[in-house]
Design a protein. Sequence first.
Length: 192
Amino acid sequence: MLREKLKNYNVILASGSPRRQQFFKDLDIDFSIQLKEVEEIYPSELKGIEITDFLADLKSQPFTNLSTNDLLITSDTIVWLDNKALGKPKDAEDAFKMLRALSGKKHEVITSISIKSKKNQKIINDVTTVSFKELSDEEIDYYIKNYKPFDKAGAYGIQEWIGFIAIDNLEGSYYNVVGLPVNLLYKELMKL
């Protein structure tokens, strides 16, 4: 369905995330991957959705020569805990600190998606609330050692071992926590 809807577009996914790329394949979208380096820095006064909206837009800015049938999709995900954004951990120690902070608490996973053509741009976003059980230091160490979650916001992947043992409750889109609210993206692309 979506492939037919987008047949006149050259869909460009500007993401190195294997999870996002797989979602596009699973949605049966014909797309190419183009990556441009962007320093992901945002103004410190931004909060929650404002951060991911800003970064999704920022990632689209290096693409200055879009042709008429190009459709550029960029996105950004953060974990929002205690009024602070958790991005990707720098190393094992950083990952440990993040998971220790998430332990026994509720947090939000926020994703924004920019859909940009030569003429216009729309930014959509989704928020999922995730509740973690109390994690022991041994569980956190085991997860970091065996799954190396250094490419994941908040230092965890819901689809991995830690998701099976740590998540007590989830309100919203599971796929948003994996890295892309595919239902929302699908709905938006079907409007084109």
